[in-house]
Design a binder for this molecule. Structure first.
Ligand SMILES: Cc1cc2nc3c(=O)[nH]c(=O)nc-3n(C[C@H](O)[C@H](O)[C@H](O)COP(=O)(O)O)c2cc1C
Length: 139
């Protein structure tokens, strides 16, 4: 089972969240595929997808935005959204809305957001998201 985590980050904060999600995936016995947005090519055989971006000018960062616009229909794929922000934090909501529009099933009601560098409790939440995604993959 593979969970794909695609992230874009300018100062490493959203990247730290992505790594924590991957740790959760691994701890639950699946493979976490961490991909920086600029390296992404296709979803492949991933059983779940998580997308993360920090917020810039109220928007998702450009590479992840492009990926979002090129994703196929995600009928029923378990999914999640996350990202660091400074003051308003729109990007994770924009990601969650797009995933829903594509037919993915968000495993959490709300995306995970970290103000500035993710705290230990946010990183723990990220690990939990990884575990929940693997549980959904197994069903
Ligand atoms: C040019 C610029 C624009 C930004 N615009 C926003 C914004 O509109 N809303 C917000 O919440 N944070 C904004 N931020 C803050 C970043 O989202 C924040 O620093 C975040 O922690 C960066 O995370 P990253 O290291 O994962 O990129 C902006 C930062 C920069 C440098």
């Amino acid at each position: 089972m593979k969970v794909m985590i695609v992230w874009e980050s300018t100062r490493g904060r959203t990247k730290a969240m992505a790594e924590a999600i991957s740790e959760g995936v691994t701890s639950a016995g699946a493979e976490g595929i961490l991909i920086e947005a600029k390296e992404f090519s296709e979803l492949g055989d991933a059983c779940a997808l998580v997308l993360g971006s920090s917020t810039r000018m109220k928007r998702v960062l450009p590479m992840l935005k492009r990926i979002m616009s090129e994703l196929p229909v995600l009928n029923g794929l378990p999914a999640g959204a996350f990202g660091s922000y400074g003051w308003s934090g729109e990007a994770p909501d924009e990601i969650a809305a797009k995933l829903t529009e594509l037919g993915a099933i968000l495993v959490d009601q709300k995306p995970i957001k970290a103000k500035d560098y993710p705290s230990d409790s946010i990183l723990e939440e990220c690990r939990g998201l990884g575990v929940r995604l693997v549980e959904k993959c197994s069903k």
